[in-house]
Design a protein. Structure first.
Length: 154
């Protein structure tokens, strides 16, 4: 992921060195998917076990897309950290070449807050001067490297 983020910076003409990168989603995506899956399961369950299964998947997808629409950010992102800035790139998977720069914030006035949840870590990036914030969630699975990004920022 670090190499993908680095290459994405190069393609945009940004001269910076990514130290660490990880996979994140907008805050609330996991919860929205869970609630959507439960509702879909209940609705589909009226049609038997196949309806239950289809309803769960459809509900989960609907929930995550709703969270994406409300956040204004893509469901899947690679977040790269340099000594100077934090970059968010739209990427379909953690192995995909990023296809868009979602955000770029200087680290100078940035404070990172972490909130532990059951299966995700919430990362809030707060610009102390303006009070604006970017809220992300990183899965606890080691392969996402979200913990590495959080460790670098806190």
């Amino acid at each position: 992921m670090r190499e993908l983020a680095q290459e994405s910076l190069r393609q945009r003409g940004i001269d910076d060195e990514i130290i660490v990168a990880g996979q994140f989603s907008p805050r609330g995506r996991t919860g929205a998917g869970f609630v959507g899956g439960m509702l879909g399961s209940d609705l589909g369950g009226a049609m038997g076990s196949i309806g239950d299964a289809v309803g769960t998947v459809a509900g989960y997808e609907a929930g995550t897309h709703l969270a994406e629409a409300e956040s204004g950010m893509p469901n899947e992102m690679i977040v790269g950290v340099s000594a100077n800035a934090v970059y968010g790139f739209a990427a379909a998977t953690r192995h995909s070449t990023p296809h868009g720069l979602v955000f770029q914030v200087a680290r100078a006035n940035l404070t990172a807050h972490v909130h532990q949840r059951v299966n995700v870590r919430i990362l809030e990036l707060v610009d102390e001067a303006s009070g604006s914030r970017i809220e992300l969630e990183g899965n606890r699975l080691p392969m996402t490297h979200s913990k590495d990004v959080i460790s670098e920022l806190t």
